[in-house]
Design a protein around this ligand. Structure first.
Ligand code: UD1
Ligand code: UDP
Length: 366
């Protein structure tokens, strides 16, 4: 009998659901993995299944890229079929992508329950497709797993009952704890990129509102250049395919301090983050990882759904304005220490414990 169906489709979901899959293996909980195929390039997909030692997906819907409507609709059809065939007690989705939206919509209309991992995050910017996805997933879900008090508060404010909510911490901490030492031991990324002993900032930028807008994309690159110049640092930019395509179609010349490299494997990215002098990003997960690893972060956005990182002093919002990016970098390089607000690395266990399946799997057989 299938107890849990994991619906996932993108890089961050694979990374953040991996601790839950591994916890199911430890506890003997039966599960299936339904991969929507939203990400399909090896560098965003299979490389993470391999490194995180995850089993191959039971369903590969191979939906691929497309407009929001087409992509979400195709996933919805595929996820519905997978739920029909496997009859899971609970469907788990994580985060805020279109795969999450499709998984949430499909599950909420069927005879199964829905759990949302990383519930209650809000940027309060409804222009972001991710904000729509997370709000809808939260309002469709039966079980909510916010990482922090702050995200629980947002759920309560929207009328979600407290008995449905369990604060768990973020599974990204579980993933880091499991993989950081392995990354330090095995990853050769610093030598491969010629970064050993040198000062560098690690940058990611892929958000639609930044890289699909030529002015904002140029602005964030100019900011990275100014900050690199001011602190004699190289800016290493593992570039997401979406951003690569935009760079080419806008015909933008990279400034000299910024070096693009292929998207990094998880262990390499963890290693490169942990050793960076600073992180520049518009990613959600990367803001969290920098904060957890004690690396100062500047987020090139106007809002963040991770306000905890700003509140503890680990992160600063700079928008995509070159001067503000340069100033924020200077300020963050002087930041003191902070506490990790995202939990102790037991999020996966807490999530399973709050689900009915885990309670039953612990019953002693008669
Ligand atoms: C998606 C999520 C975003 C998340 C990101 C994680 C939505 C609305 N967006 O953005 O929240 O932060 O994943 O990385 O769900 N492409 C490839 N190979 C792939 C996948 C995409 O080359 O494997 C290219 C295609 O040109 C595609 C573009 O990237 O059109 C965008 O892909 P898409 O899945 O629409 O969104 P992401 O930008 O990846
Ligand atoms: N990541 C990675 N290699 C890279 C860039 C990011 O392994 O080159 C990982 C990173 O460790 C983090 C996750 O991808 O856990 C974040 O995913 P992304 O930025 O694509 O999505 P978001 O978190 O913004 O939704």
């Amino acid at each position: 009998m299938t107890e849990i169906a994991f619906v996932l489709g993108t890089r961050p979901e694979i990374i953040k659901l991996a601790p839950l899959v591994q916890a199911c293996d430890r506890q003997g909980i039966e599960y299936v993995i339904v991969h929507t195929g939203q990400h399909y390039s090896d560098s965003l997909d299979t490389v993470f299944f391999d490194q995180l030692e995850l089993p191959d997906p039971d369903y590969d819907l191979a939906v691929g890229s497309g407009s929001h409507g087409k992509q979400t609709a195709e996933m919805l059809v595929g996820v519905e079929r997978a739920i029909e065939e496997t009859e899971p007690e609970v469907v788990l989705v994580q985060g805020d992508t279109n795969s999450v939206l499709a998984g949430a919509l499909a599950a909420s209309k069927m005879d199964t329950e829905l759990g949302h991992v990383e519930a209650g995050l809000r940027s309060f910017d409804r222009e972001m497709p991710e904000e729509t996805n997370r709000v809808i997933a939260d309002h469709a879900a039966d079980y909510h797993f916010p990482p922090t008090e702050c995200s629980k508060k947002y759920l309560l404010r929207e009328g979600i009952s407290s008995f449905r909510i369990t604060i768990t911490g973020n599974t990204v901490v579980d993933a880091i704890q499991r993989n950081l030492d392995i990354a330090r031991e095995k990853s050769t990324v610093l030598a491969d990129l010629g970064l050993k002993g040198s000062r560098y900032f690690l940058m990611t930028a892929h958000r639609a509102e930044n890289v699909d807008d030529e002015d904002r994309f140029e602005g964030l690159l100019a900011g990275a250049q100014r900050a690199g110049e001011a602190h004699d640092a190289e800016v290493i930019y593992p570039i997401h395919p979406r951003a690569r395509e935009r760079l080419e179609s806008f015909d933008i010349d990279l400034p000299p301090r910024v070096r693009t490299v292929e998207p990094l494997e998880y262990l390499d990215f963890l290693r490169a983050t942990a050793s960076a002098d600073l992180v520049l990003t518009d990613s959600g997960g990367v803001q969290e990882e920098a904060c957890i690893l004690g690396v100062p972060c500047v987020t090139m956005r106007d809002s963040t759904e991770r306000p905890e990182t700003v509140d503890v002093g680990a992160n600063r919002l700079s928008s995509c304005e070159p001067e503000r990016i340069e100033r924020s970098v200077a300020e963050m390089l002087d930041a003191g220490e902070w506490e990790n607000p995202f939990g102790d690395g037991d999020a996966a266990e807490r999530i399973l414990e709050a689900l009915p399946v885990a309670a039953r799997s612990k019953e002693v057989p008669q």
